[in-house]
Design a protein around this ligand. Structure first.
Ligand SMILES: NC(=O)c1ccc[n+]([C@@H]2O[C@H](COP(=O)([O-])OP(=O)(O)OC[C@H]3O[C@@H](n4cnc5c(N)ncnc54)[C@H](O)[C@@H]3O)[C@@H](O)[C@H]2O)c1
Length: 356
């Protein structure tokens, strides 16, 4: 059976859309199972830059709005990297027209609208939405996950996941708060490791450093969450805008037979060591050199550029083969439920918030 090439459109070509555009361009040079047929972006200079970046062969068409793309009938899959406030309306237009969608996290900006949107997808568009939670496609984390599956550290009882920017957000950035903006990745990662949902969360937010010279309004520059699970599992998440030495992403897992560390801090984010110390199965380590990112790109690209590319490849393979995505609206909703409870905990000054 000859498989159809995926006809892909990029919708939204700002900061994140620009990263997808680069990955589309490089993937298109190497494979022929998809073609990028269109870029949709209201800002003409961003649109032109993305058209150049995605071009692997024939230049894609460009549109200023999603309806024009739909009317053209030239695409059947889309990456949606528009501002969070537009995720629901843009995605529903595309889904209603038969598209499969890779939607950037989060679903929407609130738990209530996330619930509504996820239910609509469940009911009418099940299997047609993938969510951009790229850690699940990150080679060092996948390697560590394999070590856990092999039983090298026994039963995991504690997980720690940290994400720290080296400074305040860039001018003009609109943050939905440090938890929604940063911790969604860590929460999703912890749910992915554990395969379980916590019964309670506690959280604290602080303003320690960047808040006082940031060009952007944000609730906190530092926050810590603790997730409590049944059957003796605990997870701690730490996010901040204050790691002046450089972008820091670290995960540690403690098990009954040893421990694993992913990403001891190094100033170059493309260098990631995974170290596994095991009392039963020997200790192993592996150093990853991730894809370098272009100059002037956001600092998270050095650490996660390869993951974004793998995520895109996974989306396109699933579209081509008509199979379900490995991360969908329900994963994004679960993460948002935890973040919403964490936010309530901070606002109300309670010790913890129940999630049951
Ligand atoms: N996965 C990640 O690690 C990650 C990182 C950064 C941002 N994001 C997510 O990506 C999304 C975009 O964030 P950003 O930082 O790129 O924002 P941005 O403002 O830089 O880019 C959004 C772009 O969408 C365009 N746009 C607005 N409405 C549109 C519409 N109806 N159709 C087409 N284009 C439209 C804007 O003109 C803009 O260029 C957000 O939801 C954000 O949460 C994810």
């Amino acid at each position: 059976m000859t498989r159809q090439r995926v006809r892909l459109a990029l919708v939204g070509a700002g900061r994140m859309g620009g990263i997808h555009a680069l990955n589309i361009g490089s993937l298109a040079q190497e494979t022929d199972f998809f073609e990028c047929v269109a870029v949709v972006e209201p800002d003409s200079s961003l649109r032109e830059a993305a058209v150049l970046a995605v071009s692997g062969g024939e230049a894609p068409r460009s549109f200023a709005d999603v309806q024009s793309l739909i009317d053209s009938g030239i695409a059947d899959a889309a990456i949606v990297a528009t501002p969070t406030s537009t995720h629901e309306s843009v995605s529903l237009s595309l889904l209603g027209a038969g598209f499969r969608v890779l939607l950037e996290k989060p679903l929407t900006a609130t738990l209530e609208s996330d619930r509504r949107f996820a239910e609509t997808i469940d009911e009418h568009f099940q299997g047609r939405v993938m969510i951009g939670l790229q850690r699940r496609f990150d080679p060092p984390l996948l390697y560590a996950r394999n070590l856990v599956s092999e039983g090298r550290i026994g039963r995991v009882f504690k997980i720690s996941s940290s994400l720290e920017d080296s400074g305040p957000l860039p001018a003009g950035y609109v943050s939905g708060g440090i938890l929604a903006d940063m911790a969604i990745h860590n929460v999703d990662e912890v749910l992915w490791w554990s395969g379980r949902f916590p019964y309670a969360v506690s959280a604290v937010g602080n303003n320690l450093l960047s808040h006082f010279n940031s060009p952007v309004e944000e609730d906190f520059d530092d926050a810590t969450l603790q997730l409590f699970f049944e059957e003796r599992l605990s997870a701690v998440i730490q996010v901040s805008r204050n790691h002046r030495a450089g972008y820091r992403v670290e995960t540690s897992l403690w098990g009954s037979e040893g421990e694993i560390h992913v990403g001891r801090f190094q100033p170059d984010p493309t260098q990631v060591d995974v170290e596994c110390f095991s009392i039963s199965g020997g200790s192993v380590s592996r150093s990853f050199t991730l894809a370098p990112s272009p100059e002037d790109s956001p600092e998270f690209l050095g650490r996660f550029g390869t993951a974004y590319r793998n995520e895109l490849e996974s989306f396109l393979f699933c579209c081509r083969d008509g199979i379900d995505f490995s991360v969908d609206q329900r994963d994004a909703l679960r993460a948002m439920q935890i973040l919403d409870a964490a936010q309530s905990c901070i606002r109300g000054g309670s010790d913890s918030e129940s999630l049951t």
